[in-house]
Design a binder for this molecule. Structure first.
Ligand code: MN
Length: 232
């Protein structure tokens, strides 16, 4: 029998709304700049006709769940929130057709793509990888998983986030540049998607800094909520 030198790591298990079973998380993918007004607030324009979406990843060990109380992270003075709709993949597939994409969706979640914005700007300007800006302890916060309903593909609905009860981000999922089937189809040309994968679909405008002691509450219409507290 093979033994390991320290205990093996268990998958992160997310709650599923109104169910006893859990959703084991596999890979975490994120799309960048998927809302025009957010790309513009960071100083970029997006032309869907001539550009392709781009992606980065977060480590599952850096995932935390809604309701978490986290430390303010190291190496930043500009720690930002990005509220996003998250797709939860339910079966294996690659080179998925846009018309087939819905069948690969198990459900959805509300997510926070937490970002060390100062590091992101510095790394980006130097042409260096984004990892230290996007992939660190508690950088991915995810709500319960909501199984997809008959509507299947979500293509609209208000998405908003408040900090200490003051609205910072407010938009609509219909403002996504690449919609859910397009994201699944495109991402699956780079990676074989697996049951348990999560895909963050991008954030609308209004990203801003949070500080020690702040309470974040996000909500997506007809879906659910997410909460996060930054420790004092
Ligand atoms: Mn994001």
């Amino acid at each position: 029998m093979t033994t390991s030198i320290f205990p093996t790591f268990n998958p992160v298990l997310l709650d599923i709304a109104n169910a006893q079973e859990k959703f084991p998380v596999h890979n975490i993918y994120c799309i960048g700049r998927n809302y025009k007004a957010h790309a513009e607030e960071l100083g970029f324009s997006v032309d869907k006709a001539s550009m392709k979406p781009f992606y980065f990843c977060k480590s599952t060990s850096f995932l935390n769940t809604s309701g978490a109380i986290i430390d303010y992270p190291a190496q930043t003075n500009n720690f930002h929130h990005e509220i996003e709709l998250v797709i939860a993949i339910g079966k294996t597939g690659k080179n998925i057709a846009i018309s087939d994409a819905e069948s690969f969706i198990y459900g959805y979640a509300v997510g926070l793509d937490m970002t060390r914005r100062d590091l992101q700007a510095e790394l980006r300007d130097k042409g260096l990888p984004w990892d230290n800006a996007k992939n660190f302890q508690n950088a991915a916060i995810v709500s319960s998983i909501y199984p997809k309903t008959q509507t299947g593909i979500i293509d609209k609905g208000e998405i908003k986030l408040s900090v200490n009860n003051e609205i910072r981000q407010k938009s609509d999922l219909s403002q996504m540049i690449w919609n859910i089937p397009e994201i699944i189809a495109d991402l699956s040309t780079y990676h074989q998607l697996e049951a348990g994968d999560l895909i963050f679909t991008g954030t609308p405008e209004g990203v801003s800094a949070v500080n020690k002691g702040d309470y974040l509450l996000g909500e997506i219409e007809n879906l659910g909520k997410i909460e996060l507290t930054i420790k004092n």
